[in-house]
Design a protein around this ligand. Structure first.
Ligand SMILES: [Fe+2]
Length: 155
């Protein structure tokens, strides 16, 4: 069995959470398609799904990086590097599947690896983005609270 979308994967930023959920579901569909019978019919569907993932992951990472630039996220460069490695892995899977004609068994295990890596990435890296946003909010609120308490003492 593989991990499906669950609340532990939410980072608290709606736009990112929605995209993560969509990606999780698509990787799940891909894994299901890989394990279905009738190999000939599947290969084109699987290729389409891999193409979708390459495209959507790339869009998602770009959005996530945009959000990080907006909030001046301190770990931006490192995070971007992880995204790039991830994209390269997906392209390698596609290449293996199409050019080297790798068996579905190998593709399935690679996809499991992708899903595991993605889940780890969300829990270990992307969650820090959510935490950083909370930190900014708290700091802003603290400043406001100080201003508010200043008004009170002037009275
Ligand atoms: Fe990320």
């Amino acid at each position: 069995m593989f991990e499906t979308w669950n609340d532990n994967l939410k980072i608290g930023v709606a736009k990112i959470d929605q995209q993560h959920q969509k990606l999780f579901n698509k990787v799940g569909t891909l894994l299901e398609k890989c394990t279905e019978q009738n190999e000939l019919r599947q290969r084109s569907t699987i290729e389409e799904l891999i193409d979708f993932l390459i495209d959507y992951f790339s869009k998602h990472f770009a959005d996530e990086e945009k959000i990080q630039r907006i909030i001046n996220y301190p770990n931006y460069e490192h995070h971007k590097e992880i995204h790039n490695n991830f994209k390269e892995k997906l392209v390698a899977i596609k290449k293996d599947f199409v050019e080297k004609n790798k068996t579905l068994k190998i593709i399935i295990s690679l996809n499991h690896e992708i899903l595991k890596l993605f889940s780890q990435h969300i829990k270990e890296e992307d969650k820090n983005i959510g935490d950083y946003i909370t930190l900014i909010k708290n700091e802003q609120w603290q400043q406001m609270e100080e201003m508010i308490s200043d008004i009170q003492t002037k009275k």
